[in-house]
Design a protein around this ligand. Structure first.
Ligand SMILES: Nc1ncnc2c1ncn2[C@@H]1O[C@H](COP(=O)(O)OP(=O)(O)OP(=O)(O)O)[C@@H](O)[C@H]1O
Ligand SMILES: [Mg+2]
Length: 457
């Protein structure tokens, strides 16, 4: 918030008017100077004026200078206070610094030295501002703002996340592939008091079964062939933080038992190790499999299921929250414009419609990939419907998906297709039947008969 036009305001506090006058002379060119001859008057300035720096005498007629300093810091923790005093005493200096003084100067002071001190204090303040800003930026970039969603179902999930983040309860996140399970897990971590510690993700399905135990719990040197060195497991790495167990559904039964024990005891044993190690870890598990089905099929331990499923979060597929699609498209457009240094302005209304109508079997991840590809291929302008991948823009692709999902047989499916197709052509010809018949390559009477048969009016 630097501005060349506006001079920073300095408040000079001293019971001697000639000292105040000399401050004015020294600083007038670069600052606006306010003055006060006692503490009460000085403190009255703070809530009303944007005082950036205070030159403060410690001996004031009405109150202790240190008290004034403390109260100023209470009102504005970022205000810079330079203590200027006749008291040349280390103890007082230490007290002043402890109370938040920026510098301690002993009278009589050198004019130039004071000027330098003041401008350095401003620089320091600017730097602090910058740091605060950057910190806020980073926090923001890692927190909820990156999860997009206004659909009722998503809003409820965000609220739930906010409510449970700070407790250490175990969470089971379910939902189809690409619905944002990991993103939600990260959001829980970031909103919790564990945020400053690690978020460790383990994809249980991606690790060979025989290695998963050592991956999770670590191992001692020589505990098995190839274990050349001690290895710290993910549970230990996540100590104080959050462990995200992704694709938990595929975990082998013997590993499930081991995991259950760890969740109950809150302690682990490294493979080949002799001692137990306490771990303070919040566990979030995720799966796109139907765990309850797997429990019924005896492929997943029921007791582990209940251990994990303390708070269930189900992320609905994207096709069940279509109103979020335009928001997500915009979000990813911005993201990839930034990443690839593009100035793509947006999508045409038709393109947005196409994106919204598609069924997104790969959910948000698929949508993100589509937008990424489109942005990479362009430098600017508006993306049109015809640029979308073929299965997104053709009714046909979507319809076949729908039809197979509904379980239609071939005859029914053909009938549905015929109906949709004729309807589409009729719309395009603005219900001009002769034109539509020509476009379809049939006699007008045939079209009329079909319309009758297919109940198209
Ligand atoms: N609501 C959302 N807002 C913004 N980005 C999202 C949202 N949901 C998902 N994404 C993005 O989509 C991608 C897929 O999300 P994520 O990896 O969390 O899905 P997942 O459910 O874990 O998928 P899988 O089951 O395939 O592992 C990520 O790049 C993520 O940032
Ligand atoms: Mg995932």
């Amino acid at each position: 918030m630097k501005s060349a036009a506006i001079k920073p305001i300095v408040l000079a506090v001293d019971d001697e008017p000639n000292v105040l006058e000399s401050y004015r002379v020294i600083l007038e060119d670069t600052c606006e100077v306010r003055t006060a001859t006692d503490g009460t008057t000085a403190l009255k300035y703070l809530p009303h004026e944007d005082i950036r720096l205070v030159l403060l005498d410690l001996r004031l007629p009405d109150m202790e200078g240190l008290e004034v300093l403390r109260r100023m810091k209470e009102i504005d923790e970022y205000i810079a206070v330079i203590v200027v005093t006749a008291v040349d005493d280390v103890k007082t200096a230490v007290e002043a610094m402890k109370a938040g003084a920026h510098e301690y100067v002993v009278k009589p002071f050198d004019m130039e030295a004071l000027q330098t001190l003041v401008s350095r204090a401003f620089q320091h303040q600017d730097l602090m501002q910058e740091v605060l800003y950057l910190r806020a930026e980073i926090e923001e970039s890692q927190s909820f703002v990156n999860i997009v969603g206004r659909d009722e179902k998503m809003v409820q999930i965000f609220e739930l996340v906010g409510r449970i983040a700070d407790s250490d309860v175990t969470v089971l996140v379910t939902g189809e592939s690409g619905t944002g399970k990991e993103l939600i897990a990260r959001a829980i971590h970031q909103q919790s008091q564990r945020a400053h510690k690690h978020f460790i993700a383990v994809n249980c399905a991606a690790i060979p079964e025989q290695l998963l135990e050592s991956e999770l719990f670590g191992h001692e040197r020589g505990s098995f062939t190839g274990a050349m060195q001690r290895r710290i497991g993910k549970f230990e790495l996540a100590h104080g933080g959050t462990l995200f167990l992704d694709e938990i559904g595929g975990m082998r039964l013997d590993m499930q038992s081991k995991l259950l024990r760890v969740l109950q005891e809150r302690e682990i044993e490294r493979v080949g190790g002799e001692r137990t190690i306490n771990v303070d870890v919040r566990v979030i598990a995720a799966t796109n499999a139907d765990l309850l089905e797997r429990v019924k099929a005896k492929a997943f331990r029921e007791d582990l299921y209940y251990r994990l499923n303390v708070v269930p979060i189900y992320l609905p597929p994207l096709r069940e929250r279509r109103s979020d699609i335009p928001l997500l498209v915009h979000h990813f457009l911005e993201k990839y414009n930034r990443q690839f240094n593009r100035q793509v302005q947006g999508f045409s209304p038709g393109a947005v419609e196409g994106l919204q109508a598609y069924d997104w079997p790969g959910n948000v991840r698929e949508l993100e990939n589509v937008v990424e590809r489109l942005v990479v291929l362009r430098t600017h302008g508006v993306i049109q419907l015809r640029e979308l991948p073929i299965d997104l823009r053709s009714q046909h692709g979507r319809l076949t998906d729908q039809l197979s999902r509904e379980g239609y047989d071939l005859r029914e499916a053909l009938q549905h297709f015929e109906r949709e197709y004729i309807l589409d052509v009729l719309r395009k010809s603005q219900w001009n039947q002769s034109l539509a018949a020509r476009m379809l390559g049939v006699h007008r009477n045939t079209l009329l008969a079909k319309m009758e048969l297919l109940n198209l009016r």
